[in-house]
Design a protein around this ligand. Sequence first.
Ligand code: GLA
Length: 738
Amino acid sequence: MITYHEQERIFKLDTPNTSYLIGIVDEENFIGHIYYGKRLKDADASYLLRTEEPPFVPGKNNRERCSFYDCFPFEYPAGGIGDCREGCLGIRTAGGHTGAMLSYVSHEILEGKPELTGLPATFGTKKECTTLKLLCEDKYAGMQVELLYTVFQDTDAMTRSVKVTNVGREHFYLTKVFSASLDMDNRDFDMISLHGSWARERHIQRKTLGYGIQNVSSVRGESSHQDHPFLALVGKNTTQDSGEVYAMNFVYSGNFRAQAEVTQFDYVRMSMGIHPENFCWKLEAGESFQAPEVVMLYTDKGLDAMTNAFHTLYRKHLIRGEYRNKKRPILINNWEATYFDFDTEKLLSIAKEASKLGIEMLVMDDGWFGKRNNDDCALGDWQVNEEKLKGGLKYLVDEVNRLGMKFGIWFEPEMISPDSNLYREHPDWALAIPGRPAAQARQQFVLDLSRKEVVDHVYEMVASVLRSANIEYVKWDMNRPLADIGSIALPADRQGEICHRYMLAVYEMQSRLVKEFPHLLLENCSGGGARFDPGMLYYSPQIWCSDDADAIERLEIQEGTALLYPLSTMGAHVSDCPNHVVGRVTPFETRGIVALAGTFGYELDVTRIPEEDRNMIPEQVALYHQYNDLIREGDYYRIASYSQNHKFDCWQVVSENKEESLVTFVQVLCRANFKSRRLLLKGLAEDKRYEVRFVNDKEIQTKVYSGDTLMKAGLLIPSFQGDFQARLIHLVKCEEKF
Ligand code: GLA
């Protein structure tokens, strides 16, 4: 619900458990951020803007205007006029000048949520959400700025975005446009962010927030393996189950910066948006720039509550398409099975064996096109290599379909190999700074997607392959960061637009793809999980989480990913062993149990794995079918974290009606002479009794316990031998009350 309190000049935005207050002050109509926190009963809180304290407002004390600017909690700060904290909006006028300051003009409160042109964004019906459009201006710069806020009925997560319009007569340049800012009092916060590398994505980091500016960012042209477009400020005592959390997550897949600045007065400015490096967008008179959306959340109930709010928002208001609430076909991908060394016969032999075991889809990975027999060449030549695929693609797909399986295929549409026909024909289609040889990564360049003819060509190549056979799944990959940001098609003063134009083009292509092929299951991927973000989730209900599918490495990767994203989105497979990245040997059973917490599938040569492993596949398939609805739709709770205790990991999902739950326990290292472990479960109904069954340990007797006791006193996980062992524990309600 959103209300405007005219007398107090206050906007009050309420989610089920939080309130967000914005106030207009002084005759100059400054827009201040009053409050974000637990839900308030009324809006009478403008005193929190501290305008009754020196330096007061300029209307009362114009000699200290700069001091006012430097401490006022601005709702959306610009910069260069006196507020010396880092602002969110930067412009350079035609005359070369900078500096801007916004004031309130008007507002609208709308039912529902407008779309953001060309960008991924959350959505909701008129009943489900309400939007505030706050129009502000800088009349000196000829600029209007629309701040958009949406609150939803079914989650505390809310969204913000910003649109800048040139209402003057001359062009100006936007040199920075963040999408959200939050000025508040510091409360001895810690800062939580996600970091990693290739094969080691989204590990959680928590550290003390100190004075000055601290940020996480990417200038790689993708949201990146290294840093994640997420930032949370949490109380020192915040745990999984209690304490304050302020979080922001960016619905964008390109360059970003997420930042917190602690100031001289112990205020914090938390902000998020497109990274200003390499960004400069020219706005001609009358033109607008729509910045992407930020998801914001406050809770005083700890990190699990944050997680659940994000999961609800993404499941119900971001992910789209046929598969969003459906079980995904269990796939087998040939990457780790064959790399580039495959042909029709090999793929069919894998498919034949897989279909007997209950696997439902074969995915043909990299290497099926042009003369791509290694990763040195042919990106851009999306024609089937009929030397490998004798009889053509349609023949292979039909044969796979005849086995009762679906067929999926890999593309890396955004790239071009120097050794490709496409590059030989169009060397200027690669991003490059004129006069400077562009740098290769994985022996490839990035296509200049700021050019429409390039985008149209690439789309057509992908689409015509999909039109040629019954292909029901696409893995859309992107295997290198952007560099050499230059385009011969744009004038000098628009070169700073390339990275964002690139992202808009990726979104446009994926949008076209899911429109033309509405039944297609799209899985995004970027060298594993370098583009696992809410932007991509708008187009694909699942994203490949990491190229490292070792069961133990995955514990940290999946913990960090699930902190924000539903398990239904996490591409997780049982992969080959010894693991191709870390060389670790883990039991097949454990690999299966860890992959169950994601989309589930296989990434190995099923014709060559040990027989006892192969024999386990039908059981794993059955587990998937039995528990996937619960895993996909249930509430997720973190029970214990291997990344913190270095011994074991444990998570739990609980159905919405609290009648069923699945606990996964992974013993990373066994300890000698040790008793059972007591773990406090979560999310159950206090007044229900549950039958607790150790699914893969028949020696442990099934018993009945009350939800109340399991949550307050705990469940005992009996001690067992062996490293890298996992237990799956299923709880089912067995009688209404007791
Ligand atoms: C990336 C993906 C892998 C695989 C290879 C193919 O690394 O993450 O799963 O598709 O590309 O080149």
